[in-house]
Design a protein around this ligand. Structure first.
Ligand code: ES4
Ligand code: ZN
Length: 326
């Protein structure tokens, strides 16, 4: 009964997962062929060699480039279905899934294609994979606030399928306050709010996301450890942080996994969860992230159970749904 058997079956909720970041090289080439899209890589092996990132931007460049293969509803359905199958194998019972509509609109792929396509897989996920799902629409923070507002408008016909909004892409230089109005509009529409903050950006972006955007969960939030008063606030207010250990290593936010602040964050009383972010790019799905932190950081079985439990506490499920899921 090794670490794998202890970790994988633990029921988990995944709260920080970009569906476009689940595009595995094999599926990318299959979709490229299906859609007549030319990729600037000879094969999956050559593509995998490009997965060497020096920071967030170097990853985002490839992430946006590969998305070019996603064109039809069926492409988005196939993408989500493949993720849900992998996630289920690793103990995921509930997934709150990010998508980036602006990145698709840039190629002329409309909101309806993305949402209807994803829904084809999500709508039968409980029956097929035993995974309940919710969708979180992200705004690209390196695009304008006006573009974000237009995106929220474009999503209006689909709001019964979208639980909340998030904020992602290049962080530094794009503080949360830039999106004050669009988050106010989202709140008025009854949408939940989260935002990436403190991944590459300073701790002040975390406080600003809470104060100005009214987020109820912070994605990454890693750099809070630089500000003890902020840590105290996050602990007191039980603000969940969706930590992504393998992502942090691949994007050089931390040097090596053994140096990851997760144990110190848990010891400080922070409500941390473990997530995969962009599993096709960062070397593993959520169970792989659990295994990696157990191995590199020596987390006890009780700590791992705590992390799995936290993921449901931090989710948007209500108490009844939560009990059914785990
Ligand atoms: C992302 Cl790791 C990360 N950070 C910010 N934005 C993103 N979009 C997809 N993955
Ligand atoms: Zn992310």
């Amino acid at each position: 009964n090794g670490p794998y058997d202890a970790v994988m079956p633990l029921p988990k909720a995944e709260l920080h997962l970009h569906i476009e970041g689940t595009l595995e090289p094999e599926l990318a080439f299959a979709l490229a062929a299906r859609n007549g899209v030319e990729l600037p890589y000879a094969d999956t092996e050559e593509l995998r060699k490009a997965y060497q990132f020096s920071d967030l931007q170097s990853f985002l460049d490839l992430y946006y480039e590969l998305m070019a293969v996603l064109r039809t509803e069926q492409d988005f359905a196939d993408l989500a279905d493949a993720y849900l199958a992998r996630a289920a194998e690793q103990g995921v019972r509930h997934a709150e899934i990010f998508f980036d509509p602006q990145a698709h609109a840039a190629r002329g792929v409309e909101m309806g294609t993305v949402v209807e396509g994803l829904w084809r897989a999500l709508g039968r996920s409980e029956a097929v994979h035993g995974v309940s799902t919710q969708l979180i629409m992200c705004f690209l923070r390196d695009e304008s606030a006006e573009s974000a507002m237009e995106t929220l408008e474009a999503a209006r016909p689909y709001l019964d399928r979208i639980v909340g909004v998030g904020l992602d892409s290049a962080e530094v230089g794009h503080p949360p306050v830039k999106f004050r109005e669009v988050y106010e509009a989202a709140a008025a529409l009854g949408l939940r709010r989260v935002a990436h903050a403190g991944e590459e950006g300073p701790p002040s972006y975390i406080a600003e996301a809470l104060d100005v955007l009214g987020v109820e969960r912070v994605d990454h939030g890693l750099r809070c450890v630089e500000d003890p008063a902020l840590v105290e606030r996050l602990v007191r207010d039980r603000v969940p942080l969706t930590v992504c250990p393998l992502s942090n290593v691949r994007l050089r936010t931390v040097d090596i996994l053994a140096d990851h602040p997760l144990p110190a964050m848990l010891d400080a009383g922070l409500l941390c969860t473990v997530n995969s972010d962009d599993p096709a790019y960062f070397g593993g799905y959520v169970g792989d992230n659990f295994l990696a932190v157990q191995d590199a950081l020596g987390l006890s079985r009780e700590r791992l159970r705590e992390l799995a439990r936290n993921s449901f506490v931090a989710s948007f499920l209500d108490d009844d749904e939560e009990r059914r899921a785990r």
